[in-house]
Design a binder for this molecule. Structure first.
Ligand code: NAP
Ligand code: G3H
Length: 457
């Protein structure tokens, strides 16, 4: 059975993929297990050589893959190109970082007299077969951010890309093959997560699940994984908090690009603004100006706002807006939807009774919540079920650090928009935003296990 992949831009047919069966998945896992021994026994230097070649192949094909990605997930072409270039860097840095993973030596003599002749050599070993599941919004970068740290440290990978983004994923795997990756070290599973997912997640051959996507699916995988180690990067409701002494031009710029790039379909998008009442009008004037100037349309025409991944997602965003308006929010821009194309919406006077104050829209809408004190801002920010990132805009280093210390998130950006990169930084969500830590070095550490060898001299 085949599944057609259609473009969210115009519904045109881009290709078709195999709807894999449980028997296909069994074969993939068995082949992965078989290939593990040889791959793990290669030197890290040899594996790094292949990663560097893969980076070169990706770079050589960057225009072609960026165009495919734009068509497949409706990402503005220039952003797609940036994603590919960023991934070339990520692959090279992962190869380097793999070479910087060293073992440790522990000395028994530091513990007590009777252990003084003991030495422990503590080494890092690959976990084995890694199931890497990626979302639609970064089909190359988020896929590579799982695949490459896994491979460089000697794991083999079973890769399940999002169904929208799968064609880009297939190309990525081909680039690794062209770079000389041995057979079955990286294999792709195609088909709908809702159909093959449970079988994939609960297979006995899995040693590690590395998932990025929605909190609902992440939670399910957490339960299915039982005792197996996992890494989950999930949803977010990142707040930008703007204090009275902030540079409002800088804040407005960052907030608009942070909220609306790729039409808000980023886990780290700014998804609510908590602004002090006394400066709210001034800030909103600046934000509104910029939102009104956001170009809307086809990803190949140098725009920011493009059709969302599907119509269901656009209707979800529209309904959040309608709920907010019904409860007293004020739209400062036109509310307009054409199929899956949702125009950018700026919503003032949002309060905590409205769904949009808490839900992740994953679309081009920015709710503004006016607050009367810094404590209120902190309280609302921390009340969210999510804990991915936050921004704090202020000219006071003391206040910035007070917020940074008290915000319940994985990362706080001071006077900047929320964002994952650079890709060597730790990246994590707490609460319902995830479990475990990504970022090149941390991804390698997560997907390796300690082996202790004790010598009694
Ligand atoms: P999603 O619907 O959860 O899908 C993510 C991946 O999981 C896709 O490959 C999907 O395949 C697969 N999947 C679906 N059901 C599955 C199951 N039962 N078992 C195994 N895999 C299954 O998320 P999305 O719509 O692609 O991405 C948007 C969400 O991801 C947002 O909530 C966003 O915040 C989050 N996200 C988080 C981060 C982060 O780093 N924190 C980064 C990006 C996105 P199919 O496509 O075939 O369904
Ligand atoms: O969608 C989630 C990504 O991890 C966001 O990455 O901040 O670089 O856009 P980004």
């Amino acid at each position: 059975m085949e599944i057609n992949v259609l473009s969210p831009i115009d519904g045109s047919m881009l290709g078709s993929i195999k709807k894999m069966t449980q028997e296909d998945v069994d074969k993939i896992y068995i082949n992965a297990r078989k290939s593990f021994k040889k791959w793990k026994e290669l030197s890290t230097a040899k594996r790094a050589e292949i990663m560097y070649k893969a980076a070169d192949v990706l770079e050589k094909n960057k225009e072609e893959i960026a165009i495919l990605m734009s068509k497949e997930i409706s990402k503005p072409l220039k952003d797609a190109l940036i994603e590919v270039e960023r991934t070339v860097g990520l692959i090279k840095y992962s190869a380097e970082e793999g070479m910087r993973i060293f073992g440790e030596v522990y000395e028994g003599k530091n513990y007590d007299e009777s252990s003084k002749n003991k030495v422990a050599i503590v080494r890092r070993e690959p976990v084995g077969v890694v199931l890497a599941i990626s979302p639609f919004n970064y089909p190359i970068n988020l896929a590579a951010s799982k695949i490459v740290p896994a491979l460089i440290s000697g794991n083999v990978v079973v890769f399940k890309p999002a169904s929208q983004g799968v064609l880009s994923g297939i190309e990525l795997v081909k680039y690794f093959e062209e770079a000389g990756l041995p057979k079955d070290v990286l294999q792709i599973v195609t088909g709908k997560g809702s159909e093959i997912g449970d079988y994939l997640n609960t297979h006995k051959e899995i040693d590690f699940i590395n998932f990025t996507g929605s909190t609902a699916i992440g939670e399910k995988i957490g339960v299915q994984a039982k005792m197996k180690p996992i890494l989950l990067e999930l949803g977010g409701k990142d707040a930008a908090i703007v204090l009275e002494d902030a540079n409002l031009d800088k804040a407005a710029n960052d907030i608009v690009s942070g909220a609306f790039s790729y039409s808000g379909q980023r886990c780290t998008a700014i998804k609510r603004v908590l602004v002090m009442e006394s400066i709210a009008d001034k800030l909103l004037e600046k934000i509104k100006d910029k939102v009104l100037n956001l170009k809307v349309g086809n990803p190949f025409e140098n725009v920011v706002i493009t059709p969302l991944i599907d119509e269901k997602s656009a209707i979800f965003v529209e309904n959040l807006i309608i709920d907010a308006i019904n409860k007293g929010a004020k739209a400062l821009t036109e509310i307009k939807r054409e199929g899956n194309l949702m125009y950018p919406v700026l919503l003032d006077n949002v309060n905590t009774e409205m769904d949009i104050a808490w839900e992740e829209p994953f679309g081009p809408v920015l709710p503004i919540i006016r607050v009367n004190s810094e404590d209120e801002a902190l309280e609302i920010a921390n009340k969210s079920e999510y804990g991915l990132q936050s921004s704090i805009f202020t000219n006071s280093i003391e206040k910035a650090f007070k917020f940074a210390n008290e915000l319940e998130v994985g990362t706080v950006h001071i006077n900047n928009k929320t964002q994952r990169g650079p890709d060597n930084f730790p990246f994590l969500g707490i609460k319902n935003s995830g479990a475990g830590v990504q970022g090149i070095r941390h991804s390698i550490l997560s997907m390796t296990k300690i082996k202790t060898i004790v010598l009694d001299m």
